[in-house]
Design a protein around this ligand. Structure first.
Ligand code: FAD
Length: 477
């Protein structure tokens, strides 16, 4: 039996951990968040309750494995609580990094820090109640520009148009650097938005960009675009449900104009030409022309990046893995040090940490399990040694002043949240800050300790209780 450390408890980490634990090894799972699940818990759209509940059940099953130990509320990295070297000093036989892609591409414009300007990831974390984003200001206004045409942007539009309890939305304007053919929404996600789409304005927008698209050989007829990317165009004379959804194609953010209240007031966009590349794909080429959009909120969904704070060597696509031979498209899970030109022995990477933004939960699971397969093979090559105990790992974390959350704490927290939901008459209740979660856990731990104390030393415990009661009476509390 060998000890394996897994960093990150999203789908990739949990399913990798499960496979390694089922192969008989001792697994220690470290997670930044108190709760497991990663983007499955804090990214997937809140009203997809059946999917979220199903995934939570699968994650609980993984965590119920006796040789799998969980340490939540622990951020690993050279810039954070515990470094990878600290972990490696405990001499695990292998380390698997599955911390996702926590960074994001920025617009790199002045005014990006103005009120009302948010990255998609932070915004999604806010409405999915991930601390500390859950309690920060992500207020939205009436006219909102959403930059990007992928499924994350679609989720955000859905929230702004339909589900945000605090929405004041009158119009969501999708700002896209290329044209209608380059939209990457899945039909299902776009289907949630179609009722809001102002098709009259969409046809005018197609006319506005027609010549630029035609210059690249694109057919800007309604039938062809409906076939390729916007099936809703097939419907006749649909009156949009308010608030409305409009599109601004061939436009890239150029300048954020901030009002005296510190909030975005306007977005200046550059008009782009569409250019055809040698491989047949299209690109956007900025022109000298600009336009101004009056907006009070800007949310940009232009891709995820890996967090350099982990302290791992970075490659062209994120954390470095061994450069693959050109003819071989097999994924590479073993990490690589570009400086020495050698693999980092016993260190693997999987899920969005290996390739940012690649696919749905099922794909992350598959990637985690594939990596686990390689880890299990690798473990056959390393010498046997006594496996670590959870208390040794906990001692390291406590020595760093951390409050690690374990599996029984998670069960206690789930019970507290279920009780809160019942008392508030809600379908579910989710704490939105770490302090409240840790406090709830501490209360359950204290109650259990008191019960144990009372059982072991009835006279001492009841004496303490009597003294406390007396004090309460005398202070009038
Ligand atoms: C907005 C949005 C909506 C989505 N909707 C869907 C959907 O509807 N259906 C679907 O199937 N898929 C959806 N996905 C995709 C799905 O969420 C991902 O495929 C999947 O979560 C990726 O899994 P992962 O484990 O690689 O990374 P993540 O889920 O990102 O998990 C990373 C884990 O690492 C932890 N971590 C991060 N940094 C550190 C650190 N320094 N130290 C320790 N731990 C750390 C995090 O706490 C987290 O637990 C969505 C994604 C997004 C962004």
């Amino acid at each position: 039996m060998k000890s394996v450390f897994v960093v990150g408890a999203g789908p990739a980490g949990l399913f990798a951990a499960q496979k390694i634990a089922l192969a008989g090894h001792e697994v220690f799972l470290f997670n930044r968040d108190i709760k497991p699940g990663g983007l499955a818990e804090y990214g997937i759209y809140p009203v997809k309750t059946a999917m979220k509940t199903g995934l939570r059940k699968q994650f609980s099953k993984v965590l119920s494995l006796p040789n799998l130990h969980y340490f939540g509320n622990v951020k690993i990295g050279s810039a954070y609580d515990v470094t990878l070297d600290d972990l490696k000093a405990l001499a695990p036989s292998a380390v698997v990094v599955t911390c996702g892609a926590q960074g994001y591409n920025k617009l790199n414009l002045s005014g990006e820090n103005a009120k009302g300007v948010y990255s998609a990831k932070d915004f999604v974390y806010n409405y999915n109640q991930l601390p500390p984003y859950a309690s920060a200001d992500f207020s939205t206004g009436r006219r909102i520009a959403v930059v990007g045409m992928g499924n994350v942007a679609a989720d955000i539009m859905r929230w702004l148009l339909q589900d945000s309890p605090t929405r004041r939305t009158e119009e969501v304007i999708v700002v896209a650097r290329r044209g209608p053919y380059e939209a990457k929404f899945s039909k299902k996600e776009l289907g949630h938005l179609e009722a809001h789409q102002d098709f009259a304005e969409f046809f005018l927008e197609l006319e506005r960009v027609r010549a630029r698209c035609v210059s690249c050989g694109q057919d800007v007829s309604v039938e062809k675009i409906a076939e390729a990317t916007f099936p809703g165009l097939r419907k006749d004379n649909v009156i949009p449900t308010l608030p409305k959804l409009t599109f601004r194609f061939l436009s890239s953010p150029k300048e954020i104009i901030v009002g005296p209240d510190g909030r975005i007031r306007q977005l200046v966009v550059t008009e782009n030409d569409l250019v055809l590349r040698a491989d047949g794909s299209t690109g956007a080429k900025a022109t000298d022309e600009t336009s101004i959009l009056d907006v009070d909120t800007l949310i940009f969904a232009i891709g995820d990046k890996h967090d350099p704070g982990l302290g791992l060597p970075m490659g062209p696509d994120g954390y470095a893995t061994k450069p693959s031979v050109e003819s071989n498209s097999e994924p590479v899970y073993e990490m690589w040090d570009p400086q020495t030109g050698k693999p980092i022995d016993g260190t693997f990477v999987a899920g969005w940490a290996r390739r940012a933004s690649t696919g749905l939960v099922g794909i992350a699971r598959h990637d985690g399990e594939n990596a686990a397969g390689e880890v299990i093979e690798y473990l056959k090559t390393v010498p046997e040694k006594a496996s670590l105990h959870a208390f040794e790992v906990e001692a390291l974390l406590l020595s760093k002043g951390l409050y690690p959350v374990n599996k029984s704490d998670l069960l206690a927290l789930a019970q507290v949240e279920e009780r809160e939901a019942r008392e508030r008459n809600l379908v579910s209740f989710k704490h939105s800050d770490n302090g409240a979660m840790l406090y709830a856990i501490a209360q359950v731990r204290a109650a259990a300790a008191n019960r144990a104390l009372a059982a072991l030393q009835p006279s001492v415990a009841s004496e303490a209780w009597a003294t406390e009661s007396l004090e309460l009476v005398s202070t009038g509390d």
